[in-house]
Design a protein around this ligand. Structure first.
Ligand code: FAD
Length: 185
């Protein structure tokens, strides 16, 4: 079981957390429900009828909590790497993790503090591979942070899933799928 911290409770961070917790890892998500999803009304999320972003977030938060994710309603103030681990600090908490996923949204002070943010044109962005891996081992940046010009909820959720499966593959030493089939009665 790996310890994984996710910073950011929008669709990207929550999606990553869901996959990781379903695979029985210890997953903590930091976020204060301040996502821009609260300004959205989703008519373009495949498989879901029109729903307010706030209602989507309520369902998503419940889903990840039911899967075993610990949602911490606090802002992360700093992250650092020490002895191959990540140390994440809020005003009240210090959490150490084997893996760190940053899903900060449009602005990225934490990614910037680790020296991986770059600026391109009007947007801040981070260079990642297709699974969200950064140049720092076991650090992922996903969602709007990694794709400022492709800001759609379903894209962020997909980014989170890809990063999670990449972590699970590394932990297992082989590719991993998260597949369920309907129950047989
Ligand atoms: C007005 C409006 C309408 C939109 N309509 C649609 C739409 O119809 N369909 C659609 O697909 N998309 C829509 N979007 C875009 C959609 O909201 C984004 O694509 C989506 O929210 C991106 O998800 P994300 O997880 O990448 O980032 P975000 O949703 O931005 O989530 C980042 C989260 O991280 C948290 N965070 C950041 N730093 C910290 C920290 N240090 N500690 C703790 N938490 C932190 C933030 O508070 C936030 O909750 C709309 C956006 C806006 C503004």
């Amino acid at each position: 079981m790996a310890s994984i911290v996710v910073v950011g409770d929008g669709p990207g961070g929550l999606s990553a957390a869901l996959f990781l917790a379903r695979a029985n890892n210890s997953v903590v998500v930091f976020g204060t429900d301040n996502t821009v999803m609260n300004f959205a009304f989703l008519n373009n999320y495949l498989g879901i009828e029109g729903i307010s972003g706030t209602d989507f977030q309520t369902k998503a938060r419940m889903q990840v909590t039911d899967a075993g994710v610990q949602l911490v309603n606090e802002e992360v103030l700093s992250v650092e790497t020490t002895d191959g681990k990540f140390v994440v600090r809020t005003d009240d908490t210090e959490q150490t993790a084997d893996y760190l996923i940053l899903s900060e949204g449009k602005s990225m002070p934490l990614a910037n503090s680790l020296g991986i943010q770059i600026t391109s044109g009007e947007d801040d962005l981070v260079s990642v591979d297709r699974d969200g891996r950064t140049e720092i081992s076991r650090l992922y940046v996903i969602g709007r942070s990694a794709r400022p010009t492709r800001s759609q909820a379903i894209i962020s959720a997909g980014d989170g899933a890809a990063a999670a499966l990449d972590i699970l593959a590394e932990l297992e030493g082989k590719d991993v799928q998260d597949w369920d089939s309907p129950p047989k009665d």
